[in-house]
Each structure stands twice: as C-alpha cells, then as structure tokens.
Design a binder for this molecule. Structure first.
Ligand code: SIN
Length: 486
C-alpha cells in the first residue's frame, strides 16, 4: 500500500468539533499542517482560540450529567463500534498518520491497530466498574463504595502517536462517563479530527467529544485550566511542559494523569543473548524514529559483550533505508520538524566533542524533509547531555561497564523513571532488576513495553497515573462512599 492509494484528506475534517458541530475558529482563523517528509504544507486547519475552547467546555458541561447517566453497556457498545469502524478504515487512517507525522506506513498501520485496541479494551472495561459493600470493623455500620465519573476532562495529546495517544485517553474517558475536550498537538491535528468523525458515527452523543486544534496551545490550555468546571487534565508530553501544566492545574485542584518524558536505560548484561538484545534494541530505539517516551535512551552494556553488541547494532542501523514514510521499503521516516532535528544533531555533536565515536550515521542527509541518519555512538562520556536528555531521535548512545552491578546502578542515575529494558538469561537477575529499577515499566528480554492491557506510566519526573490496563479507567473515576446505619 502507498499513500497514493488513499487520499487521506478527503475524509479528515479540518474544522473544530464543538457540541457535535463542525465549525470554523473564531474570526475564521486557520493554521497550516506540514508533511515532515517534505516540509511542505498539507492543508489549513481551523485554529481554536481561548473562546472556542471555552465553547467546547460549555458543550462538554451541558451533557456531562446525561452522559454519566447512560448505561455502561451503551457506552461500551459505542466504543466497540468505533473500534470496528477504525479497523474497517485502517489503511486510510494509517495513510493520514504517515502524511502528518511521517512514520513509515507499516508503523502507521501498527499505530492504528494499537489505537483501535484501546477502544476495544475500554469497551470491555466500561462494564466492569465495581463498588463494594462491607462492614465497618466495629460492626456498627456498613460501608458502601461506588465509582463516579470525575467529570469534564481536558485531554492534551502529543504528535508522536497522533491517533493512539488520543484513543488511550478518550477510550477510558468515554467508558467511565466523562465528557471531553481534546487538544491535539498542532503538528498532527488531522488524526484526532478524523477520530472525532468516527466517534460520532459510532453513536457518541454531541458534546461528549469536542476537539480544538490550535496554534496557540498555551493560551487555549490556560483558559481551560482556569475554568472551575473542568475536573481533570490528562497530558502526554515533555516533563518541562507537564510541570507547568501541573502548576496551572493546581488552581482548581484537578485530577491529573501525566505521561511525561523518559531517559530509559537499555541494559545488556554479560550473559545476555546478543542476537535477541540487538533485535530488542532495534524496536526500542527505532520504533517511531526514536520519537517515543519509551524509546531506549541510554545503552548500558557489559564490557564482555560490548564489542559484539555494538558491531551488530551498527550493521543493522547502517542497513536501514531512510526516506518518506509513504514510500515502499522505507524503514525510517523523518523527524517531526526542523527544531527536533536540530536538537538531535546538537546532542550528537555535544557527545562527539566530549570524545564519543560515531560508528554509523551522525548527520542529517541533505534535501527536503527532516531526516536524520540512524546513528550509533560509542564511548559516550557519562557527563554528555545525551545521557541526561531525552533524545527523541534514531541515535543509540552506548556506554560500557565492567560489571552487571555497575550497569544496574547506572540505570537509576536519572531523575526520569518511565521504562527500562534488561537483557539477561538469568531469571533471578531479571527479577532483582525489576525490584531495584526506579521506573514504572520494565522490559525483560523484550524491547517493547507498550501494551493496551498493561498499565503504562512512570514514576519520578516521568509522571503520575497509568493509562491502559485495568488501571486506566480509574484515572477517570472518583470513589464515593456512603456510611450506612442499619
Ligand atoms: C509515548 O511515546 O508517549 C507513548 C508510546 C507508546 O505508547 O508506546
């Protein structure tokens, strides 16, 4: 399949979705969306102002009580229909993701599957929300607990998985009975907008899902966070922006789910299966061109296996085809924009100035688009910025250690705590690593932790709360308790 077989723009709405109506932004303002593989403009999208965002919140608030009162089975079936509609339109939706975000089509198809699975998963969770009826220890009263939707929720989603990060939030919100205002990333609003069409077609009532793309995210989000009717913020993005939003959300004491940055170690211990470790590294590093919060950021390798691991990884990265995600046979697409490419290039230059060796890559190809060559760096000094900052690009930075113990200690030398990957043949070592690693998710002999049925999230500066799994719906529910005297 190529992009040409589907014209994604024939279906993607380019307007705001407010109260079930597609409409233009205040004063008909628009902004441009760009194709990162060429840098050229794809289309204009309605540009929400703070007033438009408040109109979206008005719509969400108007229907919140009625929506909370719908039968869980009804909400479940809407999600199930939306899952099926997404699967029916999978190739076309994948083309749209590739067009606005750049990833190769095969990866976009993977993203649509992943995105749709959140809708299916939460259609199943919608009907499994339980309370309890129990006796107080004194025996003098009964305790009744029930769970209620937290209320109107703001979902701020990133550009790296423009469809899956929306369904991972809106799936549980719908399942729980919350109404929503979605603010997609300005680089990739089209996927969220077409999802709005799908949810409407699946029967989600007007006002439950409002979508406000904007080129002025700060202004729009600040207006929404300042409105006392909003009850929750779910954000995926950088730790820096997350910290700012948390401080703004403190004013109205919002419920928070924060999926923030990672600095994920990928550990190869002395007894690791090196072939498997290289396979895992390819996924952990190259998925989404490295633009994922769960991408491997620091490769920490035991000296006994470092040369073999590095040689094999270099050969694999060197053989990848870089190009527009819509072209046949492309393995690695562009980065999202020039600023991101400059950031990645800056981290590589800083590491090489501090003594790192470039085994492969290390530069940006000339020509249109925001491409960066898959890169392996060896002998990266511990002080290099690339060890502290999230790379968000196809660069593997390798450090070597004399013992497994040192590798495990180095893994925790970060303020982030999202994910970690460990390769070892020893089950005891693996389980001790799970206990000692300061993070929310650990891949054992596996380069991918993302899974709809698992709780995704971090600790330390990587965030609060969990998405997916049986935990995900509870981010949108409050517990209420009644004390009962009989
Ligand atoms: C992210 O990068 O924010 C999420 C990636 C994933 O779910 O795998």
């Amino acid at each position: 399949m190529t992009i040409a077989e589907h014209d994604p723009l024939t279906t993607a709405s380019t307007q705001l979705l407010i109260g079930g109506k597609w409409r233009s932004g205040e004063r008909d303002a628009t902004f441009e969306v760009f194709d990162p593989s060429t840098g050229s403009s794809i289309c204009d999208v309605a540009d929400a102002s703070a007033n438009d965002a408040i109109a979206a919140l008005d719509a969400a608030c108007q229907v919140q009580s009625a929506w909370a009162a719908t039968a869980p089975r009804e909400r479940s079936e809407m999600l199930r229909r939306a899952f099926e509609l997404m699967m029916t339109r999978r190739d076309e939706l994948a083309s749209l993701v590739t067009l606005e975000m750049g990833k190769p089509l095969a990866e976009s198809i993977g993203e649509i599957n992943y995105a749709a699975e959140f809708l299916r998963w939460f259609s199943e969770e919608a009907v499994r929300v339980h309370g309890e009826y129990r006796m107080a220890p004194s025996g003098s009263s009964k305790i009744l607990t029930t769970r209620q939707p937290v209320g109107p929720s703001l979902l701020v989603t990133p550009w790296n998985f423009p469809m899956a990060m929306v369904t991972r939030k809106i799936g549980p919100a719908i399942a729980a009975g919350c109404t929503t205002v979605v603010k997609p990333a300005e680089q990739t609003p089209l996927s969220a907008l077409v999802l709005g069409e799908i949810l409407r077609e699946a029967g989600v009532p007007d006002g439950v899902c409002n979508i406000v793309p904007t080129s002025r995210p700060q202004e729009v989000v600040t207006a929404l966070l300042g409105d006392p009717r909003l009850r929750k913020l779910s954000f995926t993005g950088s730790t820096q922006v997350g910290r700012l939003l948390m401080s703004q959300a403190a004013g109205n004491l919002l419920r928070l789910s924060m999926e923030l940055g990672g600095n994920n170690p990928f550990m190869v211990l002395a007894d690791a299966d090196i072939e498997a470790a290289v396979e895992g590294a390819m996924v952990a590093k190259l998925r989404n061109m490295g633009q994922s919060c769960v991408a491997a950021n620091r490769f920490l390798v035991h000296a006994a296996v470092a040369e073999e691991f590095s040689d094999r990884l270099t050969a694999r990265l060197g053989s990848l085809r870089v190009g527009p995600g819509g072209d046949e046979g492309v393995d690695v697409g562009p980065l999202i924009d020039e600023a991101q490419r400059q950031r990645v290039a800056g981290l590589v230059d800083d590491a090489t100035r501090a003594g790192a060796t470039v085994r492969v890559g290390g530069s940006a190809p000339s020509g249109a688009g925001y491409f960066y060559a898959p890169t392996v760096l060896e002998d990266v000094s511990s002080g290099a910025a690339i060890n502290r900052e999230e790379i968000f690009g196809p660069v593997a930075s390798i450090r070597t250690f004399a013992s497994d113990e040192e590798v495990l200690v180095a893994a925790n030398e970060t303020v982030q705590g999202l994910a970690a990957f460990v390769y070892t043949r020893n089950l005891g070592t693996a389980l001790r690593a799970v206990d000692s690693l300061e993070c929310g998710m650990v891949g054992i002999n596996r380069g991918l932790v993302s899974e709809v049925a698992a709780p995704f999230g971090g600790i330390k500066h990587s965030g609060l709360g969990r998405e997916g799994g049986s935990e995900g719906i509870h981010e949108y529910l409050s517990v209420k308790y009644a004390a009962i005297q009989i």
